[in-house]
Unconditional design. Structure first.
Length: 548
């Protein structure tokens, strides 16, 4: 044991003699030396030449402990000296020792390009995982493309403590080849996949964006939703790729791309979305997503493609088109809608119902002078409309001084009509408020009381203390996938206690298999109407009430 009172003297003598070995032996007892002598030793080392001082300071740094931690500037001092003498770092980096990982860290901190071959050699020869981790991180910081092959091998290592540094290192290098290597690794490890997608979003190069865009067709719902979030956060830079997707003959890709374009909210997106609608997509889900996107964008005056959506054969598409018009209503569009309902036919009635079901206040008020619309409103709000919808428009009418019509609606409501408390409750979870409006309308039409949630976490909180007769859930939700929701619900309720219907645009057999394994009682495709949804509900819980 080196006594404290003799340590300083020995160090000074070792410095004078340039005796690195003996000085290192003294420093191994650094924590037992008096604080003042510790400070003096560091002071004297700092005055030494870099060739002598750096290895001794690294020795202290590698020891750690309280005695070293109290000298907060030690690492900074080492880096300062290493910047002046990088050859010292290279020299000791090449020597296998317990301190090798610290020299690797210094090589990375200093971005020493000349250290790249040495670090690659270490990865090939070393079995010391801390050294290998430090070398991977250093190669990432240096960013030399020549290290890509050596780093890529560790993507397939048998240890996460090597896989993740390899991913991060390739991400820092960021070249097209590095992005390709990361893309090739996708699908093997969920946490690693998310990290890779984060890297693609951060790099945002052309190759990285294409790889992120490719994930919109991933078989993993979680990865697909994560990619959508990342593309939305990237914003306008991602728009060209997403617009190109609209004209690829793949409904799933079109729908996911429309969802992201709606989140980005770039006004220039409206033109290609209108162009897509003008091709009259056969898939109603594509048309729905297109109108939903347009609802979030500023639209040019008198955009007739929106009015055309009011006559769509699918009720959910009509609802989405109505919302888009309501958000961008002008006199030209209003005049077009008036002409459409003045025909007084079945289509006119459907348009009137869509306006009410969409809670489209602006259109509603704009049409109140039309006799056909007023009569349709009286029939629907005074009859089978959901109570929440009725309440909403009664307030609108009172505020607009249409008290007589509000009173007439109230008189139409049958006093004996069953209230919400008397109806069988059906739960529905979907992050799209438009789809929830469809649920409200359809379930009410079927005679059920809808309980609606746009957040699966809120649905789970409610289900912890209450239970509907049946639950419907979307598959693609940002906070939690429908399959994950089903798995959580099944921890509380079995299939007999609570049947669950997965409602989705996805057609891949893998999704159906995963949903069934998670505990889904049935799977139906969007869009749905009263006949389709009513049929599956009946098959699971028996005949329902008489529709209103």
């Amino acid at each position: 044991m080196v006594l404290s009172e003799h340590a300083l003297g020995e160090i000074l003598q070792n410095i004078a003699n340039k005796d690195l070995i003996k000085a290192t032996l003294v420093l191994e007892h650094f924590e037992h030396i008096d604080l003042k002598e510790q400070q003096r030793i560091l002071f004297e080392l700092n005055k030494c030449g870099d060739e002598f001082a750096i290895p001794l300071m690294v020795t202290l740094w590698s020891m750690g402990g309280r005695s070293v931690e109290q000298f907060a500037t030690l690492e900074e001092t080492i880096i300062s000296k290493a910047m002046n003498s990088p050859r010292v770092i290279i020299k000791y980096l090449a020597v296998a020792s317990p301190k090798q990982r610290y020299y690797a860290q210094l090589a990375g901190d200093l971005r020493l390009q000349e250290a790249t071959p040495v670090l690659i050699s270490i990865l090939a020869a070393s079995t010391d995982r801390p050294v290998m981790r430090a070398s991977l991180r250093a190669l990432g910081e240096i960013g030399s493309p020549e290290a890509i092959n050596a780093i890529s091998e560790f993507l397939y290592a048998d240890s996460e403590e090597l896989v993740f540094p390899a991913i991060q290192a390739l991400g820092r290098i960021g070249t097209p080849v590095a992005m390709e290597r990361l893309a090739e690794f996708l699908g093997r490890h969920e946490e690693a996949d998310l990290l890779i997608l984060d890297i693609f979003a951060e790099v945002s190069s052309e190759v990285a964006l294409h790889k992120l865009n490719d994930m919109l067709l991933s078989h993993s719902t979680a990865l697909r939703n994560y990619s959508k979030d990342k593309l939305a956060a990237i914003g306008v830079k991602a728009v060209p790729l997403l617009v190109d997707n609209l004209f690829r003959n793949n409904p799933d890709l079109q729908i996911h791309s429309l969802n992201v374009l709606g989140l980005i909210g770039d006004a220039d997106t409206a033109k290609p979305v209108r162009k897509l609608l003008n091709t009259q997509p056969k898939d109603a889900n594509v048309r729905f997503a297109a109108y939903e996107t347009l609802a979030s964008l500023p639209i040019r005056k008198g955009d007739y493609v929106l009015a055309g959506g009011l006559a769509d054969p699918d009720a959910s598409v009509r609802l989405a088109a109505t919302r888009a018009i309501n958000n961008n209503l002008d006199e030209v569009l209003l005049a077009g809608i008036k002409n459409m309902i003045r025909r007084g036919d079945r289509d006119s009635s459907m348009i009137c119902r869509a306006i009410v079901d969409a809670l489209a206040k602006n259109i509603f008020l704009g049409l109140m002078e039309e006799s056909f619309f007023k009569a349709a409103v009286l029939d629907y709000l005074g009859g089978s409309a959901h109570q929440d919808t009725r309440t909403f428009f009664l307030q609108v009418l009172v505020e607009a001084d249409w008290d007589d019509l509000a009173e007439a609606i109230l008189q139409r409501v049958e006093a004996t009509a069953p209230g919400a408390a008397d109806k069988v409750r059906i739960g529905a979870v979907d992050d799209s408020r438009m789809i929830l409006s469809v649920y409200r309308t359809v379930l009410n039409q079927l005679g059920y009381e809808p309980v609606l949630f746009d957040n699966p976490e809120e649905a789970l909180e409610w289900l912890a203390g209450d239970r509907p007769r049946l639950l419907c859930t979307d598959l693609n939700m940002p906070q939690m996938t429908g399959i994950e929701l089903i798995e959580k619900v099944r921890q509380r309720y079995d299939k007999e206690e609570l049947p669950i219907v997965l409602v989705t645009t996805q057609t891949d057999a893998n999704f159906n298999r995963s949903a069934t394994q998670a505990g889904a009682s049935a799977i139906i495709a969007k869009p749905f109407d009263a006949e389709k949804l009513g049929g599956v509900i009946t098959s699971l819980i028996g005949p329902g009430p008489v529709a209103g």
